[in-house]
Design a protein around this ligand. Structure first.
Ligand SMILES: [Zn+2]
Length: 196
């Protein structure tokens, strides 16, 4: 199911987040999409009664670092190929709030509304900078392992404050449990890729 959806959303990780949203394991999902991808994303979300809010700006990402907010913001009218940031939720207000917090560079409230643990939001706010955009630590368990995210295998969508962060492990477990129920083959694929 997630593999099929990845043709709409561009990656299995993005499709997986949408399935977590539909199955109430997440409240708001944030992702970057190119303009060409938006019609099919919006069509699918509309059919699923999900609200989609799109940023008014585009972002140029050096690589796949949507995690880090490192990308350079450009105007919508800029001809360069940037990604729009898109916030998806069954709750319209939450999707708009996430978009607003991001526009205002309010990482703290953005992290909160995306469901990230407070300890990890604090960690991000204290440590992230354009000189230090990658806060990835050494992986110690599959639930918080974000080292394979460039290979489209990850459970979390935030930097855990440590690989042993309890709240992040709880989140990772919850997502994996949900995936086991809704798409066993994706869950097995993740367990294989993320084991340490
Ligand atoms: Zn934490």
């Amino acid at each position: 199911m997630i593999k099929k959806l990845s043709y709409i959303f561009g990656s299995k990780t993005k499709a997986q987040e949408i399935m977590l949203l539909i199955n109430n394991a997440k409240k708001v999902v944030r992702h970057g999409f190119y303009e060409s991808e938006l019609p099919r994303v919006q069509k699918f979300c509309h059919e699923q009664h999900l609200y989609v809010v799109r940023s008014k700006f585009k972002v140029l990402f050096a690589d796949d670092e949507l995690y880090s907010n490192k990308g350079i913001r450009i105007k919508e009218s800029d001809p360069r190929l940037g990604m729009y940031l898109v916030y998806i939720s069954a709750n319209e207000e939450q999707a708009w709030l996430a978009s607003y917090y991001e526009m205002m560079n309010n990482h703290r409230d953005l992290g909160k509304i995306l469901g990230y643990p407070t300890c990890c939001v604090d960690f991000f706010c204290q440590n992230f900078s354009s000189k230090n955009p990658n806060l990835q630590g050494k992986a110690t368990n599959m639930f918080t392992n974000i080292t394979q995210r460039d290979k489209d295998a990850v459970l979390l969508s935030h930097f855990p404050c440590s690989s042993d962060c309890q709240q992040s492990m709880v989140l990772g477990k919850k997502y994996l449990d949900t995936l086991i129920k809704i798409d066993k083959s994706r869950a097995v694929e993740l367990m294989e890729a993320l084991k340490v």
